[in-house]
Write a protein that binds this ligand. Structure first.
Ligand SMILES: *Cc1c(COP(=O)(O)O)cnc(C)c1O
Length: 498
């Protein structure tokens, strides 16, 4: 467990920037007598760009502004500060070399409208990155255009739809297991499909017999995650994909959990026809807080003509964009995707190498199993078998003393760690989902395990004390219902705290 000496140290409370404003103070100084004529702001900016609706627009000096934002940044908990075992999110440490390379002026300052002849290096990075992803997945072609996992799913389902239209088949349904991430049924529904939810078996896995029952020639595809959101490998995957293929359906794999598979198994070898990758998860880009992300979509040769346009092609060492593929689902966004994230993923893959990626996946799996074995029995493990890169517990044991998953998560904060994912997947009541990733050493895992053991002991001896957590951070337990139902998004002059 992490020692919390001085956790409150010199971390100050910070008022709103409006409240530290002082009339007449400013952060710019232009010396007198330099001969610059004074102009009214109204003569320099069009009316539409002038903000006259902000009452009490803050007036501050440079040092006021720097200290205000520096202090705010110190309230933030991030991967560079500590362990972040948020299940399903793959919060691995992101090596700084990725950032350095993505910041190279030649890449960072490249204009998206630069002629292809002046952007050969960038095009080559994109071309080679999609090749690496094709190799890792075993799929034929990869488009880097989608900006996130969810947009990759959307692109994938559109591809499936266009494929069936091109062969003159009308299919209306997509099968989605009940353990799926919420984006899966959402993407299917957005593309006009009816979602058929299939229940997982008592072992947490998809039962091929259930799929057989629902599979007919009105089903366009199954959308599954492997390893699934319980962190379990779908051991019947070959049977499942065979059932889908036999009736002419396609298999979509949500590739967000690829961190368990790299270099060990290729999705295409499991019968996957189409999948998305989460570059910001598996391939090491800082994420959370809204992006940017990247969710490339990969396909088999048969459905490659439907990929978003433009695609990058190579001809005698020359790289160019190819437009006008008549079967393409079209463009998904302006330009070509989040290029900075692609550079980071490219550098990550190049610096890890094939063997390194495999080692990363193996270590991620070992780390998750280590946590699972150490906490098993202390916390209820609903599916007691070997896990992949993450493990899912529940609050069943602590619940007997009226201690819930939320209480446990808040108590983890007091012990110096970011909490795991809670209440997901939905099929586990009071789920606590831990994903340590490969970048954490044994000492970190051990101290996290100690923290959880300590909480379990408290839940037995003095359950009431956990209700007060978190006590160590700046703010205590927030009213999450109020925050969701009645968010305060705008400051008003004269408004007081809260
Ligand atoms: C993160 C995640 C997604 C969505 O990815 P975004 O990049 O957040 O849109 C989809 N499925 C699973 C299983 C995930 O973990």
């Amino acid at each position: 467990m992490r020692e919390n000496v001085g956790a409150r140290g010199l971390i100050f409370n910070e008022p709103l920037i409006f409240d530290i404003s002082r009339e007449g103070r400013d952060g710019a100084s232009i010396p007198d007598g330099v001969g610059l004529p004074e102009k009214k702001i109204e003569s320099l900016l069009p009316k539409g760009s002038l903000r006259d609706d902000i009452e009490g627009f803050p007036s501050l000096s440079e040092v006021d502004v720097v200290r205000h934002f520096t202090r705010l940044s110190q309230w933030n908990y991030g991967l560079d500060g500590g362990f972040y075992p948020l299940g399903s999110c793959t919060m691995k440490y992101n090596p700084k070399i990725n950032e350095d390379m993505a910041s190279l002026p030649a890449l960072n300052n490249l204009h998206p409208y630069a002629p292809e002849g002046l952007a050969q290096g960038a095009l080559r990075i994109m071309y080679e990155l999609s090749d690496y992803l094709a190799e890792i997945s075993g799929l034929a072609k990869v488009s880097l255009q989608p900006s996130a996992g969810a947009q990759g799913e959307f692109a994938g389902i559109l591809i499936i739809k266009n494929y069936f239209e091109s062969i003159g088949e009308k299919r209306h349904k997509i099968i989605v297991p009940d353990s799926a991430h919420g984006t899966n049924p959402a993407s299917s529904a957005l593309c006009g499909y009816q979602v058929i939810e299939v229940k997982s078996g008592s072992d947490g896995l998809i039962d091929p017999a259930e799929i057989e029952k629902h599979m007919d020639d009105d089903v366009a595809a199954i959308m599954l995650t492997n390893p699934n959101t319980l962190g379990l490998f779908e051991s019947q995957i070959l049977k499942i994909t065979e059932i889908i293929h036999k009736k002419g359906g396609l298999v979509y794999m949500d590739g967000a959990n690829l961190n368990a598979l790299m270099g060990i198994v290729k999705p295409a070898d499991m019968g996957v026809d189409i999948m998305h990758f989460n570059l910001h998860k598996t391939f090491s880009t800082p994420h959370g807080g809204g992006g940017p992300g990247s969710g490339p979509v990969g396909v088999t040769k048969k459905i490659a003509p439907f990929l978003p346009t433009p695609v990058i092609v190579e001809n005698n060492g020359n790289y160019s964009f190819q437009y006008g593929n008549k079967d393409s689902i079209g463009r998904l966004r302006a330009f070509y995707g989040n290029f900075g994230v692609m550079v980071k993923a490219y550098v990550y893959i190049r610096s890890m190498g094939g063997d390194g990626l495999k080692k990363a996946s193996e270590t991620a799996v070992v780390n998750a199993n280590y946590i699972k074995e150490k906490l098993k029995g202390i916390y209820h493990l609903p599916y007691d078998r070997e896990c992949m890169h993450e493990c899912v517990f529940s609050d069943k044991i602590q619940g007997e003393n009226d201690v819930s998953t939320l209480d446990i998560a808040k108590a983890i904060i007091d012990r110096g760690f970011h909490p795991p994912t809670i209440y997901f997947p939905l099929i586990v009541h009071g789920a606590i989902m831990m994903e340590p990733t490969e970048t954490e050493g044994k000492e970190t895992l051990d101290s996290f395990i100690e923290a959880l053991k300590d909480i379990a002991a408290k839940a037995k001896e003095d359950p009431g004390s956990l209700k007060a957590s978190p006590e160590k951070p700046k703010v205590g337990r927030l009213d999450e219902t109020q925050a969701a139902r009645n968010p305060k998004l705008r400051w008003r002059a004269g408004q007081k705290d809260g």
